[in-house]
Design a protein. Structure first.
Length: 94
């Protein structure tokens, strides 16, 4: 992994309290782009730190995935619609 790489982090956690704690943890590293999807420019140490800190929040039937994009892949990301991080006013919990 280069010094820093664009990463996409996605999770599926069923418990509201653990899910909220995980989201706050990830906000320390990157931007929320969907309800449970974040983007961040991370070093390999930061990826390991996230995984270590998140281990107590993600149970075996749930998931947390960190997708590390190579520079060429990150340059080829295409999107439609909103292309900036979600703020607190953008989220609605049901």
């Amino acid at each position: 992994m280069p010094d820093r790489a664009r990463c996409v982090i996605a999770y599926d956690v069923s418990d509201d309290r653990r899910r909220n704690r995980l989201a706050r943890l990830l906000l320390d590293y990157g931007d929320r782009v969907q309800g449970s999807v974040f983007e961040a420019d991370l070093s390999s140490d930061e990826v390991e730190r996230i995984l270590s800190r998140a281990a107590e929040l993600v149970e075996s039937a749930e998931s947390l995935k960190v997708y590390v994009l190579c520079a060429d892949c990150a340059d080829r990301v295409r999107s439609l619609g909103r292309d900036w991080p979600l703020g607190g006013d953008d989220l609605v919990l049901v």
